[in-house]
Write a protein that binds this ligand. Structure first.
Ligand code: FAD
Ligand code: DHB
Length: 389
């Protein structure tokens, strides 16, 4: 098979890239080791920056998002019972949109399928090669048969556990990592949200986040031990712990019920450099991971893809400047978002290794943010999304 761009990975990064390329008349092939139903069912991110919404509009997949998404003008930080609202709209003139990654993925799949995008699902043994030549290829197994895609560029959109990043030789690739000593236990429940805006809470017993997917569906998280298993957390145990961490005033409004999804995710900061090797270009989780505090993972992936689509579109129009600077441009933004996610995670969690001094520093930082418009604006500016480049 011959195509211009072979996209490895059909998550939000790969799907959006194929859509933006198609809109520019650039043909691609998309492959994934999973199938559509599995990818659409993965419950992950829930908060979209304005720039992400703009990208989905530009891609032509934002109609349902505007009908069903919930615009949020602020959110709350809570610290041992004290609460502070970050007024996103007042401080930045911007807001965010609550709309699940599952829905973003469905909207993108619908459009790609409607437009006849070529997909290969359930592929195995994916191997990108000849990346330093002008004619790279991606080989893989599909229904037991070997398939070879010859292309101009390979887009590595295959997430943290993908093969694309590993195709970059060890003496070229540099990685930076921080693993956090706890995880997030998340549940989904068919009940109205405890608060009309998100609440990020740091309590003596650990972090808690009250989020939502709609007016009738809530998404709640608590910090848990890395060794915890989902089976350790009955719904009853979750509700008790979650209510304690939110504090009595907020918990008064909590509507509990049976959870219909429950999962544990580890927290990690990770960056791989460079994001280009020959004609392989990385985007999204394939190149970087942020801890979820601040809701940046999906938004960062979308920002990468916007820059990658622009670089490829300009290339096919005869201008290679954006392609040449792709890795540098993207990484400059990635590091700033890594910094914000790390800082908000550090402020809002209980770290087992923290000394009493560090605990006081956390508290002092919260008090400073709560008393300073400048500090609040800094958080707001990052939360609504930094400029693309
Ligand atoms: P992915 O969504 O990981 O997509 C990569 C795709 O590549 C997958 O479909 C995978 O099947 C496919 N693939 C992998 N390996 C191969 C291979 N060898 N060959 C072919 N295909 C392959 N972000 C937030 O902002 N808020 C959250 O609450 C949040 N929660 C998260 C919870 C979890 C458990 C995880 C893992 C992530 C979470 N994130 C969250 C991050 C956010 O979901 C990701 O940043 C986002 O999905 C990145 O999109 P992506 O397309 O780059 O990668
Ligand atoms: C959600 C996840 C986040 O990491 C976050 O910061 C806000 C909301 C969510 O899944 O709703």
């Amino acid at each position: 098979i011959k195509t211009k761009v072979c996209i490895i990975g059909s998550g939000p990064s790969g799907l959006l890239l194929s859509q933006l390329l198609a809109n520019a008349g650039i043909e691609s092939v998309v492959l994934d080791r999973r199938d559509r139903a599995y990818i659409e069912g993965r419950i992950r991110a829930g908060v979209l920056e304005q720039g992400t919404v703009a990208a989905l509009e530009e891609a032509g997949v934002a109609d349902r998002l505007h009908r069903e998404g919930l615009p949020h003008d602020g959110f709350e930080l809570a610290f041992d019972g004290a609460r502070h609202r970050i007024d996103l709209a007042g401080l930045t003139g911007k807001s965010v949109m609550v709309y699940g990654q599952t829905e973003v993925t469905k909207d993108l799949f619908d459009k790609r399928v409607e437009q006849g995008q070529q997909f290969f699902f359930d592929v195995e043994e994916v191997s990108p090669r000849d990346l330093k030549t002008g004619t790279p290829e991606v080989r893989f197994l599909h229904a037991g048969e070997e398939v070879i895609v010859s292309c101009d560029y390979v887009a590595g959109c295959d997430g943290y556990h993908g093969v694309s990043r590993q195709a970059i030789p060890d003496d070229v690739l540099r990685t930076y990592e921080r693993v956090y000593p706890f995880g997030w236990l998340g549940i989904m429940v068919e009940q109205p949200p405890v608060n009309h805006e998100l609440i990020y809470a740091n309590h003596r017993r650990g972090f808690a986040l009250a989020s939502m997917r709609s007016a009738t569906r809530s998404r709640y998280y608590i910090q848990c031990d890395l060794s915890d298993k989902v089976e350790d957390w009955s719904d009853a145990r979750f509700w008790e712990e979650f209510a304690t961490r939110l504090g009595p005033e907020t918990a008064d409004h909590l509507r509990t019920g049976p959870s219909f999804e429950k999962s544990i995710a580890p927290l990690r900061s990770f960056v791989a450099e460079p994001m280009r090797y020959g004609n392989l270009l990385l985007a999204g989780d394939a190149a970087h991971i942020v801890p979820p505090t601040g809701a940046k993972g999906l938004n960062l992936a979308v920002a990468d893809v916007r820059l990658l689509a622009r670089a490829l579109t300009e290339h096919y129009a005869g201008n290679d400047a954006y392609l040449e600077s792709y890795s540098e441009t993207v990484l400059a933004r990635v590091w700033k978002v890594e910094r914000f996610s790390w800082q908000l995670s550090t402020l809002m969690h209980q770290f087992p290794e923290n000394s009493p001094f560090e605990a006081r520093m956390q508290r002092a930082e919260f008090d400073y943010v709560a008393s300073s418009e400048a500090a609040s604006r800094s958080i707001a500016e990052n939360y609504v999304g930094l400029p693309l480049d």
